[in-house]
Write a protein that binds this ligand. Structure first.
Ligand code: ZN
Length: 75
C-alpha cells in the first residue's frame, strides 16, 4: 500500500510504500500521513496537490487526517 506523507515543516509531500514512517527529504522533519488515497492522489494535478499541502499547513491536518475528502473506499 502506498501512502501519501506530508511534512508539517515545509509542506513537501511524498509517496511512500512499505514504510509507516517517513522523513522529509528537505528538512528532515518526520512526516505525517495524509488521508488521501494513492488512487485519488495520482488523479490530482500538480496545482491541486500544492493547494492541498498549503491548506494542510494553514488549517492543521484535521480535514485531511480524518475527513473523507478524496478518500475513496475500495469496493
Ligand atoms: Zn520538510
Amino acid at each position: 500500500m502506498i501512502r501519501i506523507f506530508i511534512c508539517p515543516g515545509c509542506g513537501r509531500t511524498r509517496l511512500v510504500s512499505k514504510f509507516l514512517k517517513a522523513e522529509c527529504p528537505i528538512c528532515g522533519t518526520s512526516m505525517d500521513t495524509l488521508a488521501v488515497t494513492y488512487e485519488a492522489w495520482v488523479e490530482l494535478s500538480e496545482e491541486e496537490r500544492k493547494q492541498i499541502s498549503e491548506e494542510w499547513l494553514q488549517t492543521g491536518e484535521d480535514k485531511y487526517k480524518k475527513g473523507n475528502l478524496f478518500v475513496t473506499k475500495e469496493e
